[in-house]
Design a binder for this molecule. Structure first.
Ligand code: T1G
Length: 657
């Protein structure tokens, strides 16, 4: 089946694209479209319809081609053929017309879309900008502000919203081809011309609109190049003639495309999708139906985990040890949903519907027909084993029993049951209803269909799954240890907490490691170390400072002071000379001559510590791929996506020498 076909239906020429999975604009597709448009110029057609087979209209340029030498005809060449067609062309949209796909529709003369369709320009998520006229045509139809919002956010808009923004001309019902041909006939009856968007002039916009976006983006997309370039392009659309605007857009697009940031973000795009695939597991491995879920433990984590299932309509039973604890747990959930409602992301009815899906119980007998139970109590291995013994006795055969543990040995937990094949780890990240990462921890006996079910369920609840083997800390938390240890050595050698955190935050981390410690509570690490032998604890230089802080009662934000002092009202953190003195004293104790450390040295040492541990994790088979480790750190630990993850970043910096 050719990937581009052309059919004359009466006086209407229909160009159909068929390049699964998403009709990405590969070289062959570009050639095929041009040939079809050229063929149509000389036949009996009076108007053309451009549409796609499969699940979606064109979803963008073929990202896989970016790393390779460009091949003519380029996408702009193809769009020029469309736009300069002597016969009007109607784009007929279904699924998601994204990036170069939507730019293709904009180069047509009219656009119709089914109600369920979405259109968008998500290039910014790849460290790019729309490089085929999107920044010039969108403002001409929707205005500068709507264009800025759409292109800098990268978020698609519904067909209805696109209609309101003049980005589509007609939202159609029923069969798309029929509706599009009907619309084309209407246009013929009206003698509608080949209306080129480039001939429209974008309404003028106040200069401060662009300044406002520059300021907002400097915060919201801190460190990223593409967002700022997008503002420049949209500003050009309202101030320069089309060809000059296109020239600027092309120049800045090529700059973005050649940037390490875009290489990193394109890497992450494919890494996220690759992570969902389990090596050695057939794609059609059966999965178990998950229609009823129970969570053991209604604390912060348990409540957050429960929300993920309620959000997609799966009823949840929250198990606690008393009615008061249940009330407390439901209260946490209610409060979380209220925050979402206050942000306008949910309405009151939706909140009530979701709350109604979550019921509490103290009785394990209520778990008899659960399909999945996730244990989310605190990190006490004996308690976890006791719970799993009870679950083994209470749950039906075939129920999947998961632990949300961050560190404990999944095989030990599984051994507490008579069904280790049904046991695995499902490690959520706090706040569990927000963080996208879900580590799926495979025990020695975890059955293939249990793993496949968990990987699929992760996507159902909107998480990004990464498979991990069973070791202390799995992938993410295991790498956190050397990362934190290197931070401690930098402190002893001369960095201040504020400098160290600022260096990592300027690198792109959401927060520096010490501020994260203060947020989580320094007593957590302290208690975990108390359970270890001296040998297990490792080099005392790597924890002497946090131990001293905890012994001084400085637990972090929760006690008003940790590495920093916190304003009781605003929680703003302030450097504290008392901590500097403590660090200097500890350095002296270890005979360390303190010196000036550069930010670059701090970044290099901490990111290398992550990559070194990642290589060990890969070698041991705990992670399937380096790119899986990148996904863990980007989606679970705030590693900047525009750096590609610790493994990609290490390889990229090594390649740069
Ligand atoms: N190029 C190549 N492959 C793509 C692709 C693309 N644009 N989009 C998806 N795929 C593959 C993906 O790797 C996966 O492959 C399969 O399709 C299904 O994807 C000039 C320069 C369309 C919303 O950024 O957002 O145009 O793993 O698992 O969840 O201005 O894919 O099966 O082998 O994500 O249903 C702009 C990116 C490009 C859209 C579908 N476009 N894609 O989601 O399936 S840059 C985008 C998506 C551009 C121009 C610029 C999503 C989707 P495999 P999937 P999904």
């Amino acid at each position: 089946m050719s990937i581009v076909s052309y059919e004359l239906i009466d006086n209407i020429g229909v160009i159909r694209l068929n390049y699964p999975p998403v009709n990405a604009l590969s070289h062959a597709l570009r050639v095929g479209v041009i040939e079809a448009v050229q063929q149509a110029q000389d036949d009996a057609s009076e108007i053309l319809v451009l549409m796609c087979e499969g699940r979606t209209f064109i979803a963008g340029a073929d990202i896989r081609e970016f790393g390779k030498p460009a091949q003519d005809p380029s996408l702009p060449d193809m769009l020029e053929q469309l736009e300069n067609s002597g016969k009007p062309i109607v784009a007929a949209i279904h699924g998601t017309a994204l990036g170069g796909g939507f730019e293709t529709a904009l180069a047509c003369h009219y656009r119709c879309a089914v109600k369920s369709a979405k259109v968008g320009l998500p290039e910014v998520n790849l460290g790019l900008l729309p490089g085929a006229g999107g920044t010039q045509r969108t403002p001409r139809l929707a205005g500068a502000e709507a264009a800025l919002d759409m292109i800098t956010s990268g978020s698609p808009v519904s067909a209805e919203k696109a209609l309101a923004l003049n980005l589509v001309d007609r939202v159609v019902e029923g069969d798309l081809q029929e509706a599009a041909i009907g619309y084309a006939r209407e246009l013929l009856e009206q003698n509608a011309p080949a209306r080129r968007v480039r001939d429209l002039s974008a309404e003028s916009a106040e200069p401060e609109l662009f300044d406002r976006y520059r300021k907002q983006l400097a915060k919201r997309k801190r460190g990223q190049i593409a967002p700022q370039h997008i503002v420049r392009c949209v500003e050009a659309a309202v101030t320069l003639p089309m060809d000059e605007g296109l020239a600027l857009e092309r120049k800045l697009f090529l700059e973005c495309k050649a940037s390490p940031q875009s290489a990193a973000m394109r890497h992450m795009f494919f890494a996220e999708r690759e992570a969902a695939k389990v090596e050695g597991l057939a794609k059609d491995t059966p999965t178990r139906d998950i229609n009823k879920v129970a969570i053991i433990g209604g604390g912060t984590m348990g409540g957050g985990i429960a929300m993920n299932f309620a959000n997609v309509g799966i009823p949840v039973t929250l198990v606690e040890i008393s009615d008061e604890a249940i009330e407390r747990g439901l209260g946490i959930i209610d409060k979380n949903y209220s925050i979402t409602v206050s942000k306008g992301k949910l309405n009151e009815d939706q909140k009530q519907q979701r709350m109604a899906l979550i019921q509490g119980t103290t009785n394990y007998a209520d778990l008899a027909d659960m399909d999945l139970v996730i244990e989310a109590v605190f990190e006490n291995p004996d308690l976890k084993k006791e719970i799993f013994k009870k679950l083994d006795a209470s749950c039906k055969p075939g129920a999947i029993l998961a632990s949300n543990t961050s560190y404990q040995d999944i095989d030990q937990i599984a051994a507490a049951t008579s069904r280790p094949q049904d046991v695995l780890g499902m490690h959520f990240f706090s706040p569990a209803n927000v963080m996208k990462l879900l580590e799926i921890v495979r025990g020695e006996h975890s059955a293939d269909d249990v793993i496949q079910t968990a990987m699929k369920l992760a996507k159902t609840i909107g998480k990004v799954p990464v498979l991990s083997g069973n070791c202390y800390g799995f992938i993410g938390n295991r790498m956190l240890k050397p990362y934190g240890s290197e931070a401690q050595l930098c402190l002893l050698e001369g960095a201040t907490p504020a400098q160290l955190d600022a260096a990592m935050q300027n690198f792109g981390m959401a927060m520096g490691p010490l501020a994260v410690g203060d947020l989580a509570g320094l007593d957590i690490g302290y208690k975990a170390r108390e359970a270890l032998t001296e040998e297990q604890k490792g080099d005392p230089k790597t924890f002497c400072i946090p131990d001293a802080l905890v012994e001084m009662g400085r637990l972090g934000q929760k006690s008003g002071a940790g590495y920093y002092r916190y304003d009781p009202e605003t929680r703003a953190r302030q450097p504290d000379p008392e901590v500097d003195e403590l660090i200097a004293a500890k350095a002296a104790e270890f005979g360390i001559e303190r010196r000036e450390l550069s930010d670059d040295e701090i970044v290099e040492r901490l990111t290398s510590a992550l990559a070194r541990e990642g290589e060990k994790i890969l070698e041991e088979g705990i992670a399937q791929r380096r790119s899986d480790i990148d996904v863990v750190y980007a989606f679970g630990y705030g590693f900047p996506v525009y750096r590609g993850g610790p493994m990609f970043y290490a390889q990229q910096t090594a390649a740069e020498g």
